[in-house]
Ligand binder design. Sequence first.
Ligand code: GLA
Length: 751
Amino acid sequence: MAIQWYPETQEFHLQNTSISYVISLLPDRSPGLAYFGRPLALEGRYSRIVRFEDRALSTHQSDLPASFCLDYAPRECPTYGRGDYRFPALELETEAGSPVILDLQYLEHRIYQGKPPLKKLPATYIESLDEAESLTLTLEDGASHLQVQLHYTLFKDHPILARRITVHNEGGQVLRIRRAYSAVLDLDTSNWDFIYFSGAWARERHTNRNPIGPGLQSIGSNRGSSSAQHNPSAILARPETTETAGEALGVLLVYSGNFSIDVELGSHGDTRLGLGINPFGFSWRLAPGESFETPEALIAYTDRGFSDLSLHFHRLLGRRLARGQWRDRERPILINNWEATYFHFDEQKLLDIAQSAKDLGIELFVLDDGWFGQRNDDTSSLGDWEANREKLPHGIEGLARRVADLGLAFGLWFEPEMVSPNSRLYREHPDWAVGSPLSKQTLGRNQLVLDMGRSEVVDYLFESISRLLSAAPISYIKWDMNRQMTEPLSSALPPDRQGEFFHRYIIGVYELYRRLTEAFPQVLFESCSAGGNRFDAGMLAFAPQAWTSDDSDAIERLAIQWGTSYFYPPSSMGAHVSAVPNHQVGRITPLWTRAGVAFFGAFGYELDPGKLSESEKVEIRAQVDFYKAWRRVFQFGDFYRLAGGPAGDANFVAWMSVSEDQSRAVVLAVQTLARPNPGFRRLPLRGLKADLQYRVQVRPAVPVKDEASVRYNEGLRRGDELLQVGLLLGGDGWNGVSRGDFASWLFTLEA
Ligand code: GLA
C-alpha cells in the first residue's frame, strides 16, 4: 500500500495490491481522476491518460487551451458555472442567495499513515496505523477564500477507498452550502449497468439492474431516514459482469439520513457517479471560520465479479465499521414476542413464552412494543419510557430478573426518536416534536417525530433509557424508528437555517447512540425502522445488527436478504423464523425452509412457542442446536450468492457461507414453486479449498422417499469437484412433486 505524489507529472497515485487510483492535477489546477482500476506500476506517468479535446459547443477558460473543456474533464470535486454542465459535487451561495461560482485550485496536500475519525459522523476506522494510508488534498477558491479538503483513505487489505470532503470558510462573508457530496467519480467509459436496491415497507432492498442511458438517473431519500425505498449503496458493473467475473464499482454512503446517489451519462462516453447528503431542501450556514464535514463514502473496484465486491464490503463493514464488544462475538439466538402477542400481553404471558423458549434452547428473550405508558395499541405513550404496571406489575426490572432466573438474557424494544400526541412527554414538551412551529402536523402511525437536533431531547432520552438499563439486567436493545418525516422544521432553528434540520436530526441520533453504546458497552443494539427503513452503514457503526425487514416470510426474505447481501454482512441481518400462515403474506412454508433462510443472519424466532405442536418443538430444538453448532459460519463466514437474483431463475435461489479457514461451509438451496419432473441442476460451490476432502451432508426441508439430494451429494467429496462440478439438485422425477412448494435443502460441508 502506498500513496505517492509525483511533482513532475503532477499526479497522486494511491495503490495497494488490488487497485490503483490516480489523481492528476488538470490544466486549471483542479484534481481529476486519471485512472481507477486494477493496480498500475507505481510510477508517475498516468496523467496523460486524461483526454482533452476541443469540440464544437464546448467552452474553455480564457487563459487555458481550448481543448480543456470542463464539461468533458474528469473532476474530483466538480462545481457548476464554468462550463461543466453535469451535476456538481459542491454548490454554495452567499447569504443574500447569489450563487458562488467556484474555481477550486490545488493549494497543498498531506500524505499520512492511518485514518483520522470524523468529528460527528460515524465512519470506518483502523486498529493499527499500518491498516490504511490517507491523502488530504486542499483546494482553494481565490475569490471567496473557500477551502475544500478532499480526504482519501486507502485500506491495505481491501480494494476500497474511503472518501469525504470538508468545506472551510476562510473568507470574511457568510456562505451557505446547498450541496456537498462526499464523492464524485468521473469515469471515462459509458458501458455500465446501474445496480441499486429499492422497495418499500416489507419488501426492502430488492435488486435492480439496468443499463445506464443518456441523462441523469438518481436514487435517494428525502424521508428523514435512508429509507425502505432506496438504500444508500449502488454498483456500476459492466453488462457482462457476473457473481464470479467482471468489473464492478461499488459505492456506499456511511449515513442514515437523506441521501442521493446520481449517475449521469455524459455526452462523450463518460459517466459521472456521485453520492452524498441529498441536496433537496438542504442548506447549511457556514460563517467565517466555520467548517462542514460530509459523511464518508466507500468506493470499491473489482474485476472479479459481485461476490468479490461483497466479500470486501462484508469484512470492512463487519470489522472496521461495526464496533464494540459485540462486533466479533457470536450473537444470541433470540425470541421476540411481537408477532406472538402484538400489544396484548401481561407478565405471565411473557414468562410463559420465555420459559418455552428456554426449553427450546433459545438464549435471549426480547420484549417488543407495548410495555410502557398506556400503550395497548399504536395510538399512545411513545416518549413515556416507564413500564405499564397493569401489564407488568413488577416493572421491567422485575420481569427482566424473572427472565434471568429462567436462564435467558433479556432484551427490550424502544422507539426513542418518537412521541405520541397522547403522551405525558408531548403534553409537557409539545415544542420538542418536529414541525411544531406549524399548527397542523402530519401523523405517521399516529405518532410524531422528536427533534433529535435539540440537545435537550437527546439528554432526556439518554437519561430515560439509561435509567432502565442501569436498573434492570438488560443485555439487548431493539431501537426502532417507525415513520418517515413530514413538516421538517425545527422550533430550535431560525428561519434561514431550517435547511439544516435533517442533517442535524441524524447527528442527534448518532450522538444518542454514541452516548448509550459508550455508557452500556455490554448491551447488544439492534437497529430497526419498521423493518428495514434505515438499514445502512451509519446505523451499523453503532448497532452491529439490524432488523432486516418486517417481512418474515422465508420466500420474501430470499429477495430481501439477497439484495442486502451485496454490501452488508450476514452478521448484520436480523432474521427470524415466524409462524404460518405468515403474518405479512399469508404463505405457508415448511418450518425447515423458514429456518434455512433465517440461519444466514442474526437468527431468532418471532412466534408463540406455546402454540407449537410437539413435532414442531422437536424440530425447533434441532434448529437451535444446529445453529449453535454452525453459528460462526453463518454469522461471520464468507458469503457467496450462488443462484437466483435479477439475472437468475426466480424459482431457484442458492447461497452459501464458508468459515474463514475454509474447513466448514453451509449451502442453502430453495425451490420456490414445485415443478413436476424437474430437470437436473448443477450448483458449483465457491470459497472452498480445492485440495481438501469435505464430508457433505444434506438436510432437505421436505424429504421424499429415496431422496435424490442424498443419493447424489452425500459422502466425501474433494473441494475441486465441489468447486468445478458442484452439488446436484433436481432429481426425484416422480417423488419430487409430492414435496409441494417452498422446498429447500441445507448442505453442510466439513473438511
Ligand atoms: C416495527 C418493527 C417491528 C415491531 C413493531 C412494533 O414495525 O419493525 O418489528 O417492533 O414496530 O410496533
